[in-house]
Each structure stands twice: as structure tokens, then as C-alpha cells.
Design a binder for this molecule. Structure first.
Ligand code: UT7
Length: 337
């Protein structure tokens, strides 16, 4: 079998969010904000936050078990785990290693990927490459974030804090060699521009300072995420359509031929801009930011799991997933379901 005829198709999806619902009104009791401001500017109504003691691995494990169940597979059938996150459980080793133990994954390789809100698409790209190169038969790709334990819940942090939520999504990629079955990833295009790294970042702790974290940094709130929101917004609404068209053109697919668009869930207004620019009808865009907020690397796999669960997509349909995030990073993936 020649390598070019192997495609990576999705055979299972899963997602998990913590039970604790945090409404906009609850945030308004902690800081100077309002349900009206948050809904108008972002579309978000509520998000989920972990309960005390609940870890990123707890979320990721639940999503992975659901993905395995939906694929009717066991962890022993998986050859590799790729986990995208910007909120690792510990500095090292990566979250994937703790997940590996929880899943009883034997001795298969695992790795964390850090490309922030585009992290899932970066991980998908590597998963696709591992399969189409013939290296692995099945790869588990996970996006997992716990933002809530690291947010500034005072008015100082309100621009960032109101948009983020906790959650995890997972899928299983499998080598598809069936020439009668066209399902699989068609194209992925990724980009980065490190020049903008400090426009959305967490400065401390940093291995570039000694000590990595001190009282002054804590007092100055340098351990909280900081964002130049307007700049991020401006870049997102330019880069997302650009890369989406780049990926579709590489796959020789027209915007009109796409059945479902899954955009990173950073801000509903960003996604409305992108849809308007490309004349994408509302019914072809699925969103869950209203219920879950921005779950960074977990947002797209969570969307995919919901779509799969609700049977919103017919086999053979074209899905286009597009993200933008800190780094800056952006990317788009096109697949046949
Ligand atoms: O997922 C990774 C990528 N992230 C993104 O794509 C996020 C992109 N950025 C955004 O979505 C928007 O910039 C935000 C939703 C974060 C903020 O909306 P904005 O329209 O850009 O607001 P702004 O930061 O320009 O602030 C406008 C006003 C300011 O008040 P003044 O100076 O006009 O008096 C802010 O202090 O809104 C104020 N403000 C708030 N007011 C109530 C900022 N955050 C809040 C808040 N509640 N949560």
C-alpha cells in the first residue's frame, strides 16, 4: 500500500466539562462587569469552572474515555497520545504523562503541544503526519484546559477572565486505507507570528528569571493572563478567513461546498465577522461558546464531539475547522467526515 493512499480519519470523539456552571451574573458579583456587557461583546452566557481538586487530567481522561467508547476501541488500540494545552497541570512533565497513567496507556509515547488556542489544530497536524507517514495506526488527539484556577477575578482582569472556561475534548485518528471510503483529513494549514507573543500571554513564572516567581510578580499580577484584546480581535478577523481559504483552496474545495464550519470559540463576534466576510450562512456554523466560553485548545474538539453526538453531520460531509490564538498562531483544517 503506498503511503499517499493512507488518510487519517476520525473514528471517535469525546468531550467533558466540569459540572460547576458560572454565569455572567456570578462573575458580576466578583468584579465590575455585567451580563449585558459580556453577552453583547462576546456572546457568552455562562462557562464551566472546575471544582476544588478537579484537575486538567480529570477532564481530559473523561473526554478520552468517551472518545474510545464512541470508537469502540480500548486504550491498547492507540499508538500515541498528543495533548494540546496552554494550562499544563505542572511545569513538567507535561499533562499528557499524567493522563497516560490515568488511562493505563502502557508504554506508548505521549507529548504535550503548546500552541495555545490553535493548539488542537497543531496537534491534529502532527497526528495526521504520524498516520499518513505510516508511523502509527491510531493517534489520540486531546485538547484540555483549566483556565479558572489562573484567572484574575478582580476588575483588573475582567477583559480576559470573562471569556475563558474549562473543558476538554478528544478524538481518535485512524489510518484509512479503504479506497471506497473517502473519509479523512484533506488539508491542514498552520501559521505563527512570534512577533506578537506578548500581546496575549502569561509572563510568570518564567525560567528566564531567577527566582521564577517572587512576591513582587505576584503583587503585580504578572502570573495572570494579559491580553491586548483589540489587537487580538483585529488579527483574528483577518487571519482566520485568510487561512480558511488557504486550506480550502489546497483541498480544491469551495466555501459553498463545506457542510460545517467549526471556529475556535474565542468570541462569537469574531466568528460572526469571519462568517460575514466569507458569506457563510449561519446554519453552517456550530457554536458552543454561549454555554462553555473560550476553552482554548479544547474548544474545537469539544465542538466536534457535540456535533458527532447530535448526529449533525452526515458521513461524507466536509468540515472546516479554523482557529486563532496566542503566539500568535492560526490555522485551518479541512476533512471529509
Ligand atoms: O482565544 C484566544 C484569542 N482571544 C481572543 O480572540 C479575544 C479577542 N478580543 C476580544 O474578544 C475583545 O477584545 C474582548 C471581548 C476581550 C474585549 O472587548 P472589547 O470590545 O475589545 O473591549 P476593550 O478591551 O476595548 O474595552 C472597552 C471597554 C473598556 O472601558 P473604557 O476604557 O472604554 O471605559 C474596558 O475597561 O470595556 C471595558 N471592559 C469591560 N467592561 C465590563 C473590558 N472588559 C470588561 C468587562 N466588563 N468584562
Amino acid at each position: 500500500m503506498n503511503r499517499a493512499s493512507v488518510r487519517a480519519r476520525i473514528v471517535g470523539t469525546g468531550m467533558y466539562v466540569p459540572e460547576r456552571v458560572v454565569t455572567n451574573d456570578e462573575l458580576a458579583s466578583m468584579m465590575d462587569t455585567s451580563d449585558e456587557w459580556i453577552q453583547q461583546r462576546t456572546g457568552i452566557r455562562e462557562r464551566r469552572w472546575v471544582n476544588d481538586g478537579q484537575t486538567p487530567v480529570d477532564l481530559a481522561k473523561a473526554a478520552c474515555l468517551q472518545a474510545l467508547e464512541s470508537a469502540e476501541l480500548e486504550i491498547g488500540d492507540v499508538d500515541c497520545i498528543l495533548l494540546a494545552t496552554l494550562s499544563p497541570q505542572h511545569d513538567f512533565p507535561g499533562t499528557s504523562f499524567f493522563l497516560h497513567e490515568e488511562l493505563k496507556a502502557g508504554e506508548i509515547p505521549c507529548i504535550d503541544l503548546r500552541a495555545q488556542c490553535s493548539g488542537f489544530l497543531y496537534a491534529l497536524n502532527f497526528g495526521d503526519a504520524l498516520i499518513t507517514s505510516g508511523k502509527h495506526e491510531r493517534v489520540m488527539v486531546v485538547g484540555c484546559e483549566v483556565h479558572s484556577t489562573g484567572l484574575d477575578i478582580s476588575t483588573n482582569g475582567r477583559d480576559v477572565t470573562v471569556i475563558f472556561g474549562d473543558g476538554a475534548g478528544a478524538l481518535i485518528l485512524e489510518a484509512n486505507r479503504d479506497e471506497e471510503d473517502p473519509a479523512g483529513i484533506l488539508q491542514i494549514r498552520l501559521h505563527a507570528q512570534g512577533r506578537h507573543a506578548k500581546r496575549l500571554w502569561i509572563e510568570a513564572p518564567s525560567s528566564g528569571t531567577s527566582p521564577r516567581l517572587d512576591q513582587q510578580m505576584l503583587d503585580e499580577g504578572r502570573h495572570f493572563p494579559r491580553m491586548e484584546g483589540r489587537q487580538v480581535f483585529k488579527h483574528a478577523v483577518t487571519r482566520m478567513p485568510e487561512v480558511l481559504l488557504e486550506a480550502l483552496s489546497a483541498a480544491s474545495i469551495k466555501v459553498d461546498d463545506v457542510n460545517l464550519f467549526l471556529f475556535h470559540q474565542a468570541n462569537l463576534r469574531i466568528n460572526e465577522f469571519v462568517s460575514q466576510k466569507l458569506e457563510i450562512p449561519e446554519e453552517k456554523v456550530f457554536s458552543n461558546i454561549q454555554r462553555f466560553g473560550n476553552c482554548s485548545a479544547a474548544s474545537i474538539p469539544m465542538l466536534l464531539a457535540e456535533v458527532d453526538r447530535n448526529r449533525q453531520l452526515e458521513r461524507g460531509g466536509i468540515v472546516c475547522m479554523t482557529a486563532f490564538g496566542s503566539g500568535f498562531t492560526w490555522g485551518s483544517a479541512v476533512l471529509r467526515w
